[in-house]
Design a binder for this molecule. Structure first.
Ligand code: ADP
Length: 411
């Protein structure tokens, strides 16, 4: 079972996998879904295999109640999941953990030491790690200590960043004292699409030199050289870097104080504004949803909507240039996440005018590659472009198996 525990939601999947299935790519998704609006009448979305999605409500006060309810539901005849009949049919739990700090360089079996380490990282991700910990404790309560639980960190893929990429140019003692540095996030997604890229091209890990874009509600870019993450756009927190649905991404830090003074807000209120009222939503004044913006642009050619899309794409393109310089050239740009997988228009806008770098998008291939993996650049493009759907849950499930079996991670 794969769990992603948020402040008021619990995303879950149950995946049947083992070392043999991983090798043959025969992992099987038994069910997936999400419980939203925990605390009151929660909304449960549920899908068993390829069957139609179900949606219903249930009074669920917290993650623990939601997990209990879900496992009961999955085990029942109503769910349509035929392979799970009781709690005992869940053999392990893999958790998405947002922040692993400098301590966790790879996925880990959760014992007391690892749990304490995740607690120690609360300072670095006060909004996320406490919820992740609630998920771990809930699973421990429900399944007991005999069912192994594994932590898969959003940050750990970026542990290979060199000092020059992760240090901020602020007094060094602030790094020493408070661990203020770039960590990067979306590591599981960047790692997964890098793995799929090399599978598609028949390359080794060492031959993997790419720039990956995870463009969802949160957005980040990653420079992957020789299979390792060598620079990334998100920083100490997920606020830095690309323009996102509601986050500003990069900005002059002096603006924080300026907004606070001019608008009579506290610094933490400004931080909330930069996280929740900015980005595509802030510029367009309309929505954080790229699909909504694209249809609005097509129908009404609204100026602020156009601006939001232009700022978003321009900033992403800027990172291609920066990362090409950082990693002395790359072989491909890979797009993933809701926007990266599904919007040929945004991919084309980001790559526009990149001929000088050998990047040419093939219009037909780009248009046809929606929600599936494929090459979207022309045959004579020197810098290739791919769209590759991410699957963080599958990677978490596979890591869970590998950690339990004591197998080294391939990436
Ligand atoms: P999250 O980061 O929350 O997991 P997703 O990866 O699902 O989010 O990405 C959500 C974003 O993807 C939204 O901006 C949504 O509008 C966008 N998106 C999904 N489908 C399309 C599409 N067909 N065209 C354009 N944007 C899309």
């Amino acid at each position: 079972m794969v769990l992603n525990s948020g402040s008021s939601s619990l995303k879950f999947q149950v995946i049947a996998t083992d070392l043999e299935r991983i090798k043959e790519y025969k992992d099987e998704r038994l069910c997936r879904g999400e419980v939203e609006r925990l605390g009151g009448e929660a909304i449960v979305s549920f899908q068993a295999g390829q069957q139609p999605k179900q949606k219903f409500t249930a009074p669920l006060r917290d993650i623990s109640a939601a997990l209990d309810y879900l496992v009961r539901y999955i085990s029942s005849d109503k769910s349509g999941v035929t392979d799970i009949h009781s709690t005992g049919d869940i053999h392990a739990v893999g958790h998405r953990i947002v922040h692993g700090g400098e301590m966790f360089k790879e996925s880990a079996l959760i014992d007391e030491k690892v749990l304490n380490g995740i607690v120690d990282c609360i300072d670095l991700a006060p909004l996320h790690n406490p919820n992740n910990i609630r998920g771990i404790l809930a699973a421990r309560d429900l399944f007991g200590s005999r069912v192994p639980q594994i932590a898969v960190f959003d940050t750990s893929f970026h542990h290979t960043l060199p000092e020059q990429a992760y240090l901020y140019a602020i007094p060094y003692h602030l790094y020493r004292r408070h661990k203020i540095r770039r960590y990067g996030f979306h590591g599981t997604s960047h790692r997964y699409v890098a793995f799929r890229y090399r599978a598609l091209r028949g390359l080794t890990r060492e031959q993997t030199n790419i720039i990956t874009f995870h463009l969802g509600n949160g957005c980040s870019a990653d420079a992957i050289k020789g299979g390792n993450s060598v620079d990334t756009s998100m920083g100490m927190t997920p606020l830095e870097g690309l323009v996102m649905g509601t986050r500003s991404g990069d900005l002059d830090p002096a603006i924080v104080n300026l907004i606070a003074n001019k608008e009579g807000m506290s610094v933490s209120e400004v931080e909330t504004l930069l996280n929740t009222q900015s980005g595509l939503l802030g510029v367009s004044g309309l929505t954080n949803d790229m699909r909504g913006l694209e249809s609005e642009l097509a129908e009404h050619d609204d100026r602020r909507v156009r601006l939001a899309i232009e700022v978003f794409c321009y900033r992403a393109r800027k990172y291609i240039g920066a990362f090409l310089a950082c990693m002395q050239g790359a072989d491909a740009v890979v797009f993933t996440g809701g926007i990266g997988e599904n919007s040929p228009d945004i991919r084309a806008r980001i790559c526009a005018g990149m001929n000088w770098a050998g990047l040419k998008i093939d219009d037909a291939r780009n248009q046809q590659t929606v929600g599936r993996e494929g090459l979207i650049s022309t045959d004579d493009s020197k810098l290739l472009a791919y769209a590759i759907p991410t699957d963080e849950e599958l990677l978490i499930a596979r890591d869970t198996v590998r950690v339990i079996e004591g197998q080294p991670h391939p990436s």
